[in-house]
Design a binder for this molecule. Structure first.
Ligand SMILES: *[C@@H]1O[C@H](CO)[C@@H](O)[C@H](O)[C@H]1NC(C)=O
Ligand SMILES: *[C@@H]1O[C@H](CO)[C@@H](O)[C@H](O)[C@H]1NC(C)=O
Ligand SMILES: [Cu+2]
Length: 173
């Protein structure tokens, strides 16, 4: 009982640590930041090979007034227009954007000509493997309170046992 309680606690701590370790912050374009790229495939190259999960953070590193960031639909991304925008333009850099939903995400810079020159980013956000253990983690934390009573219960039992043993010993002596 006490041992399973400890194992529960250890698993819970491990789960929390694992969940923290899973959230990754990506600097878009790495050292080149969020700018008009010299090569129009710069950002698609940057995306390739990376796995983005819900909870990850994108840092668009740009100088305020030089560039901006706007999440748009696939159509607007391809046409480089800001008509079908999702949310509002982020004009202050660097900008951190939380990837808090799964699916395709499209971002452009709305400064004239920049998107056409390749300052656009599309990526796919996958469900975080820890988002499903997380709801299961809630019942786990609910089943964790019982172990303390049961372990303190076994502690009480041990005390009673020792007391009974003492009484028996007293009778024997
Ligand atoms: C953002 O860009 C500036 C200038 O290039 C650089 O000094 C800084 O380290 C970058 N920040 C991040 C988070 O990469
Ligand atoms: C998701 O992220 C966006 C942009 O960062 C934010 O505005 C929105 O409130 C977030 N939604 C949730 C449910 O956290
Ligand atoms: Cu720009």
């Amino acid at each position: 009982m006490e041992r399973s309680g400890r194992i529960f606690a250890i698993l819970l701590v491990l789960g929390v640590v694992l969940q923290c370790a899973v959230a990754t912050t990506y600097v878009v374009g790495d050292s080149s930041g969020w700018a008009v790229p010299s090569d129009s495939s710069t950002y698609s190259n940057w995306v390739s090979g990376k796995t983005f999960l819900v909870g990850d953070i994108l840092t668009f590193n740009f100088t305020t007034n030089a560039h901006d960031v706007l999440q748009v639909t696939k159509e607007s991304y391809e046409a480089c227009t800001s008509t079908n925008n999702i949310g509002s333009v982020i004009t202050t850099g660097p900008a951190n954007i939380n990837l808090n939903s799964t699916g395709e995400h499209y971002y452009i810079c709305t400064v004239s000509g920049h998107c056409q020159s390749g300052q656009k980013l599309s990526l796919t956000v996958s469900a975080s493997p820890t988002t499903s253990p997380s709801p299961a983690g809630a019942p786990t934390s609910q089943t964790t309170p019982p172990p303390p009573p049961s372990s303190s219960g076994s502690f009480v039992f041990a005390n009673v046992f020792v007391s009974v043993l003492c009484i028996v010993m007293c009778f024997l002596v």
